[in-house]
Design a protein around this ligand. Structure first.
Ligand SMILES: Nc1nc2c(c(=O)[nH]1)N[C@H]1C(S)=C(S)[C@@H](COP(=O)(O)O)O[C@H]1N2
Ligand SMILES: [Mo]
Length: 170
């Protein structure tokens, strides 16, 4: 009777420990409105075979600030949001190329190397204000133009997708 209780207890403990270690890798499913879907080659799916992020999940990632001029605003703006590479890490993305799709179906291909070589963020705020869909939010791909002036070219501007809704990892 006693031995059986011990066995049941250790079994329970083993299940809890396994569950916790699995959780360290897997992402929780989103609770709020989904703002970003990562599809394609992702190893940490949380909804079917995709990774769905709500705003809270994106805000839980380390936030990065980029102060830069852009073609879209007057003067320097402080953008903040998670780094592209943090999002890819959280999703367990494995690939070389990202198909970044906006709410209006505008799409652009970004090499993963851009997110490794530069602090590219998916900005959620500009000067502290949440980017709403009408201000090019909820997510705006922002390259650090002022830090790397050579980035200010048509190729990179095409990759500066606003109203980002989906990233397909290829
Ligand atoms: N969502 C979305 N992002 C977009 C675009 C677009 O049409 N929709 N145009 C891209 C292109 S081709 C360029 S050059 C830059 C600048 O566009 P603008 O000159 O219309 O401001 O934004 C990029 N990001
Ligand atoms: Mo463009």
């Amino acid at each position: 009777m006693i031995r059986r209780t011990v066995m049941v207890k250790s079994l329970f403990l083993a299940v809890v420990i396994l569950g916790l270690s699995a959780q360290a890798v897997a992402l929780e499913p989103p609770e709020g409105t989904v703002v970003l879907v990562i599809s394609g080659n992702v190893s940490h799916p949380n909804v079917g075979d995709e990774v769905h992020f709500d705003k809270e999940m994106l805000q839980a990632l380390p936030q990065h600030e980029t102060v830069t001029h852009t073609p879209w605003y007057d003067g320097a703006v402080t953008f903040s949001g998670p780094l592209g590479r943090s999002i890819l890490n959280a999703a367990g993305a494995q690939g070389n190329s990202l198909r970044v799709v906006a709410l209006n179906d505008y799409a652009s291909t970004i090499p993963v190397s851009d997110f490794e070589n530069y602090d590219v963020i998916l900005a959620m705020r500009a000067n502290g204000h949440v980017l709403r869909v009408r201000d090019q939010g909820p997510l705006f791909v922002i390259y650090p133009f002022d830090q790397h002036p050579a980035l200010l070219n048509e190729e990179i501007l095409m990759r500066s997708v606003w109203q980002v809704a989906r990233i397909d990892v290829q």
